[in-house]
Design a protein around this ligand. Structure first.
Ligand code: HEM
Length: 476
């Protein structure tokens, strides 16, 4: 990045101890420990609470968070995977935490999860837009913007569709599919194709990405004590090497994948990013894309399997829009599909929170939150808030129709992709992938669960329905 000084208009009020620790808050040079004096807040702390909450999040997902919200109220302290955090479940507060970047830092929060995996992350070499704020963040978004615009997304849609069709044809021929497992590999294959423009090396890339991404859930951050943490460091190194070795070739040959687009863009004389930064930005984007869309598709497969009437509605619409392959433009007419996808993300939230840290002391409702506090704005809890949604635990995609518009009841009601400056870069791509996939699937087959079970929400680390989602497939 060309500059490390936030513009004057960006200067937030920052507690001096934070500045001393991280330097420039727009590009923090390292993460911070999460301890803060929060004894005045309801909630829990300590080793037992840590284990209970970590298991609660992982095994019972949003149900655990809703339970804590009922028990402790809209602002409470907790400890999760070793991080001391304040969880916030009030819709308006969640909204302001996600959007008010003069009070809350995104970079300081997300960096905390990943600090130590790689020395350069700590030295503020960009890895993800989530590790940046203010001007450096805007620069990173500016670099990414053309690679996520309408034309690029239409291109990714066209590249993804034949891969979806090929996999679905195989499942149909087999008469069954272990959906959760297969959709994850399929989405990695699709991501490798549309982000990196390669059809080979997907498995090696997948392993490295999984290892890197799961590091922050290690109970110990010592390479000596934790195999998970060691794998995470190694995974990150492998990713860097794989990408770095391909830059020159991409600049020579070009391509319409994300990596080639960014390689071309960062070759320009006024480039905001050097080659190392480019590699790290691509890893950051791919890490954010990894397992999010595939988790949503797995949860949706489960919901459609147990609600065959919605399969029929979506199938009818899919055939009405196109009997063969659907184009990106035409996919915009798939409104029933869009409602079911939204309802899936509401009932089985993929990303539970917007992570932030207080830059200075601030009031949240009746509580004073000290500077440096790690705060999670629980978008997943708001998406099931009984004051905003009718019968919130019920699967009811029509709540998103224009007539009912439950998602518009409050600006904070439905934020599966976050909001504000750090709104998900891949939002349109994820929505497009979901439409392409379900159009291909529902125009080819009907499906039911091989073994019926009561699914629940889990975090792994993205939110996903429990169980293996094994499907019995019947050719149309
Ligand atoms: C259904 C799938 C997805 C969901 C639910 C999701 C959700 C989110 C959320 C909630 C945030 C904001 C986090 C915060 O404010 O703390 C975010 C940020 C981000 N997402 Fe996604 N995401 C999804 C798919 C993707 C995909 C496919 C990509 C890439 C192609 C992607 C790339 C990113 C990036 C780069 C950011 C950081 C943006 C920034 O800091 O400016 N996401 N995502």
């Amino acid at each position: 990045m060309a500059t490390s000084t936030p513009e004057t208009r960006d200067q937030p009020q920052v507690a001096p101890f934070i500045l001393n620790h991280v330097g420039d808050v727009s590009r923090p040079r390292r993460g911070m420990s999460t301890a803060a004096d929060l004894a005045h807040l309801p909630g829990e702390a300590g080793i037992v609470a840590n284990v209970r909450n970590t298991l609660g999040w992982v095994r019972r997902g949003n149900e655990h968070l809703l339970e804590q919200h009922r028990r402790f109220g809209p602002v409470y302290r907790t400890v999760f995977a070793g991080y001391t955090v304040v969880c916030v479940a009030d819709p308006e507060m969640v909204m302001s935490i996600a959007r008010d970047d003069h009070t809350w830092s995104t970079a300081l929060a997300w960096l905390t999860f990943f600090q130590g995996i790689d020395a350069k992350i700590n030295a503020a070499q960009v890895d993800s837009p989530l590790f940046l704020d203010f001007k450096p963040h805007r620069d990173a978004r500016k670099i990414l913007q053309p690679a996520f615009g309408h034309t690029a997304t239409a291109g990714y849609f066209d590249a993804a569709t034949p891969l979806f069709e090929k996999a679905i044809d195989r499942w149909v021929a087999q008469g069954r599919v272990s959906f959760k497992e297969e959709i994850r590999s399929l989405l990695v294959e699709v991501s490798t194709r549309i982000f990196l423009g390669v059809d080979s090396g997907a498995t090696e890339f997948e392993h490295a990405l999984i290892d890197y991404w799961e590091g922050p859930l290690s109970l110990s951050r010592s390479a000596l004590l934790s195999a998970k943490w060691r794998r995470s460091i190694r995974g990150h190194r492998v990713l860097c090497e794989m990408l770095r070795s391909r830059i020159a070739e991409r600049r020579a040959t070009g391509g319409d994948d994300l990596f080639s687009r960014l390689c071309a863009k960062t070759q320009e004389s006024d480039a905001l990013l050097d080659d190392d930064g480019l590699v790290r930005l691509v890893i950051g984007v791919m890490a954010a894309a990894f397992a999010t869309t595939s988790s949503g598709l797995a949860s949706m497969a489960y919901l459609l399997a147990i609600h065959p009437e919605w399969q029929e509605r979506m199938r009818e619409e899919a055939f009405a829009v196109s009997k063969g392959r659907v184009s990106y433009e035409d996919s915009k007419q798939l409104e029933v599909s869009s409602r079911v996808w939204k309802e899936t993300m509401r009932l089985y939230p993929i990303a539970p929170y917007c992570a932030r840290r207080a830059l200075h002391d601030v009031d949240l409702g009746q509580f004073r939150i000290p500077a440096g506090t790690f705060v999670m704005g629980l978008i997943s809890v708001v998406m099931q808030d009984g004051s905003l949604w009718s019968n919130p635990q019920r699967f009811d995609p029509d709540r998103f129709t224009e007539e009912r518009a439950e998602d518009k009841k409050s600006k904070a009601s439905f934020l599966p992709f976050g909001t504000g400056a750090h709104t998900c870069t891949g939002m349109h791509l994820a929505n497009a992938e979901a439409k392409s996939f379900w159009h291909a699937m529902l125009t080819r087959c009907r499906f039911t669960l091989e073994r019926s079970y009561q699914g629940r929400h889990t975090y792994n680390p993205a939110g996903i329905v429990s169980g293996d989602v094994k499907l019995r497939i019947e050719r149309l």
